[in-house]
Write a protein that binds this ligand. Structure first.
Ligand code: 5AD
Ligand code: SF4
Length: 448
């Protein structure tokens, strides 16, 4: 017998874009009467929203699928059907290979086809055949996902741009997410209003290369990210704006100026540099040098002196020498980062760098990563230590683990724990910082 209400289990891997897409799928499924469960054994539908950026992330999907297949077999014995769907970038990149490697998978659905999810689930249920849907349709998937926006946190993601035309030689994104596409201003404003009405106070504008944003404005001409930010800042109730991820080459003067004169735009910038070696930057096809990056940071800091900077780094790109690795440390020292992510190079099938000679041995990569991370962690510790004794405005996002504890973020994206009576979630309050650590601060609510 079929349940009246079906349940689904959804697991999200990877970046914030996947988190956003999972939220949109959740909304579409809720509209179709599905309820979320965190118990696989009770799930009529299992969706893995996957990440293909590094090998580890992609392989994790297959080990999870093995486990899910066993649950599916067990449920079948009890007379219950289970639909297994693989979504996200592994779906896009590997398509039919997924059903070949794990035949228990029913549906493979790429990120540009999520508006067809309910229809495709129904089709797998009736035909019991593998379906692989990884087309790049020309129209806009988001507009076809008509379910109302909900927010689970006062800080809400809003995708404004997808895809990338940069073709860094290590990266799968131009292949998995396709060419750059910017949503029109009117659609973004409408979604922003919906999110604010649902309780959002902060909007995090997402795009694989978000500062390349060039959507259609109200007059029909194309506008850049700075203009988009100004329009969104005009919406009542938008207290904070952030955007991620950006490319140094697309950091134009207008956007730098917005950091100086839009009060809602938070003083935090994630601007990946990947390496401090010009040789590696050229081999990565990053289209800028270390000196150009440092100069750019100088101009951004001139506009907004207190801005907190964040970056991504790759160590052990093919051909990287000790000297190149040293150059990265030198750049990190010159810039001073508030936080950063760093990764060992992972050869991705289909990308130009994967077939280069001179792949760096794993133990060398590990050594260099350790060195870099030690420096970055030290900088983060020092950055946070500067907040000690300061009064900082914190937007509280959720309750903490301790009773009466709330967790929020400073304008610089630092995590803050503070205790309070009553409800703080969704409110911005000043916190006097009493303790700082590498990944978070603690403090007490200060009198307004
Ligand atoms: N190997 C290691 N790190 C990678 N990234 C992207 N592709 C690879 C790869 N093949 C990192 C980059 C990027 C971040 C999202 O992931 O640093 O900025
Ligand atoms: Fe990948 Fe970012 Fe380079 Fe685009 S700009 S290819 S998403 S690393």
């Amino acid at each position: 017998m079929r349940h009246n209400t079906k349940s689904y289990y959804l697991k999200t891997f990877g970046c914030q874009m996947n988190v956003y897409d999972s939220e949109r799928m959740t909304e579409a499924l809720a509209r179709d009467g599905y309820r979320e469960t965190d118990d696989l054994a009770h799930a009529d539908l299992v969706i893995l929203n996957t990440c293909h950026i590094r090998e580890k992330a992609a392989e994790k999907v297959y080990s999870d699928l093995g486990r899910i297949r066993d649950v599916k077999v067990g449920r079948k014995r009890d007379g219950k059907e289970t639909v297994i769907a693989v979504a996200g970038c592994v779906a896009q990149a590997e398509g039919r290979e997924i059903t070949a490697r794990q035949p228990a998978v029913d549906l493979v659905i790429g990120p540009q086809s999520y508006h067809r999810l309910p229809e495709l689930i129904a089709r797998t249920e009736s035909t019991r055949k593998h379906i692989v849907e990884t087309e790049f349709p020309g129209d806009e998937k988001f507009e076809r996902m008509k379910a109302p926006r909900r927010v689970s946190s006062p800080s809400a993601f809003l995708t404004v741009q997808e895809g990338c035309d940069k073709f860094c030689t290590f990266c799968v994104v131009p292949y998995t997410r396709g060419a750059e596409f910017s949503r029109p201003l009117a659609k973004i404003e409408a979604e922003a209003r919906e999110l604010v009405a649902a309780g959002a106070r902060e909007l995090v504008l997402l795009g694989q290369n978000v500062n390349a944003y060039h959507g259609e404005g109200h007059s029909g001409r194309s506008i850049g990210l700075a203009e988009l930010i100004r329009r969104l800042a005009d919406i009542d109730g938008v207290e904070r704006l952030r955007y991620t991820t950006s490319h140094p080459r697309d950091m134009d003067d207008d956007l730098i100026t917005a950091h100086a004169d839009v009060p809602q735009l938070m003083p935090f910038l994630h601007l990946p540099v990947q390496s401090g070696s010009d040789r590696m930057l050229a081999a990565m096809n990053r289209k800028h040098t270390a000196a150009e990056y440092i100069d750019l940071i100088g101009r951004i800091r001139a506009a907004r002196p207190d801005i907190a900077l964040s970056s991504d780094f790759i160590v052990g790109f093919p051909g990287e020498t000790e000297e190149d690795a040293e150059d990265t440390l030198t750049l990190v020292k010159a810039v001073g980062f508030a936080q950063a992510f760093s990764f060992k190079y992972s050869a991705r099938p289909g990308t130009p760098a994967a077939t280069l000679d001179a792949q760096v041995p794993e133990d060398l990569k590990s050594e260099r990563l350790q060195c870099l991370q030690a420096l970055l962690e030290n900088q983060q510790l020092e950055f946070n230590a500067r907040s000690l004794g300061q009064n900082v405005p914190v937007l509280f996002e959720r309750r903490g683990r301790q009773p009466g504890e709330f967790v929020g973020r400073t304008p610089y994206l630092q995590l803050v724990h503070a205790a309070a009576e009553g409800e703080l979630v969704g409110r911005t309050a000043n916190v006097a910082v009493t303790e700082t650590r590498r990944v978070s601060l603690s403090g007490v609510i200060a009198a307004a």
